[in-house]
Ligand binder design. Structure first.
Ligand code: DP6
Length: 332
């Protein structure tokens, strides 16, 4: 039995399909990033991470189990379009579904709809695999706890472990070799004034996805050595800033964490640079706003888009500086 199959068997109780199930999950933005795996098979991270979920932006997935003998592959629909079996999105999904087939000839029909552009650095794989696991849980009637759902979602995509929850979420890296202690949980804080602004610079799919990008960084960046320890400290400090509602501290830590992650990418050979000239221009506008006394910070993932962090009192001023900003209030 493979390590992954052992992992699955430790979590799911039985495989009696109800035939169909639905799952809904939101995207999340990491304030302290996950970048690097210590075990690719079990998708275990080198460091813990901390995120905020964005309500209303995410994925809705429907799963059904096929019993029709004429069907010999999964039927995968993304945003109402049927994908070819060799489409990379479909291949990755089918490989994940292999873990949940009652027999090798059990096939699924998956209907998944994103309300965020797929693969544009807005973490659609996070909401995607979380929604898929929720739909499977419904379809097979597993009745799993959030912790177990988070463990399963992690196998699909690391950041998906955090999308099982609303609000602020921490994903503990864990230490166990079997991966059963690497799951996310909620940080029980409600912060109604907390805002996230999405600044879309370019929504085209990126050339190098996060899975390949982090692997390349781990293998070919001398600066990466310093990352896991820094990331672990940042998670603790950001968690404390959340509990104390110290926004300036949270913003500064999150911005520095994102730039440190990007520094490891840039120092990789061959280099990985997700930024575009407009990304840098937007960073400079954020810094100018800060100099003028407005408490705004940014974070960025594996793409050119910026996510701004600020409080409600500054929302108007920030929207004036960035007219195209999409404003999200995670606690409303
Ligand atoms: C930069 O979760 O997409 O967004 O586990 O390989 O699917 P895989 O990676 P993924 O990586 C996310 C990287 C990030 C930072 C973060 O969300 O923590």
């Amino acid at each position: 039995m493979t390590k992954t199959q052992e992992f699955i068997n430790a979590i799911i109780p039985h495989k009696i399909a109800k035939k169909t199930g639905t799952g809904l999950a939101d995207v999340n933005i990491a304030l302290s990033k996950y970048w690097g795996k210590r075990d690719s098979e079990l998708n275990l991270p080198t460091n813990s991470s901390l995120s905020i979920s964005l309500p209303g932006l995410g994925t809705r997935t429907q799963v059904s189990v096929h019993n029709n003998a004429d069907i010999t592959s999964d039927q995968i629909w993304l945003n109402n379009q049927k994908l070819d079996a060799d489409n990379p999105f479909a291949t990755r999904l089918s490989k994940f579904l292999d873990l949940f087939r009652a027999t090798p000839s059990t096939y699924f029909e998956i209907n998944t709809k994103n309300t965020v552009p797929t693969a544009a650095g807005l973490a659609s794989s996070a909401s995607g695999y979380a929604a898929l696991v929720l739909a499977l849980n419904d379809c097979f009637d597993w009745q799993l706890t959030k912790k177990d759902l988070s463990l399963l979602a992690r196998l699909g995509s690391g950041s998906a472990s955090r999308s099982v929850y609303d609000g602020f979420v921490i994903w503990h890296k864990g230490n166990a070799e079997n991966g059963l202690d690497s799951f996310a949980e909620t940080i029980n804080t409600c912060w109604p004034e907390f805002c996230v602004g999405l600044l879309e610079i370019d929504l085209k799919a990126k050339k190098i996805g996060s899975t390949a990008g982090m692997q390349q960084t781990v293998n070919h960046c001398a600066l990466y050595q310093a990352w896991p320890e820094k990331a672990e400290e940042d998670v603790k400090a950001i968690q404390q800033a959340i509990v104390q509602k110290d926004f300036s501290q949270l913003g500064a830590l999150a911005e520095n964490n994102a730039l440190s992650m990007h520094a490891t990418m840039i120092a990789t050979w061959p280099p990985i640079l997700y930024w575009q000239p407009e990304s840098v221009e937007a960073m400079q506008t954020v810094w100018a706003l800060r100099e003028s006394g407005i408490d705004v910070y940014f974070t960025m993932d594996a793409g050119p888009n910026l996510k701004l962090l600020f409080l409600e009192k500054d929302a108007d001023a920030i929207q004036q500086a960035f007219p195209k900003l999409k404003l999200i209030r995670p606690f409303h």
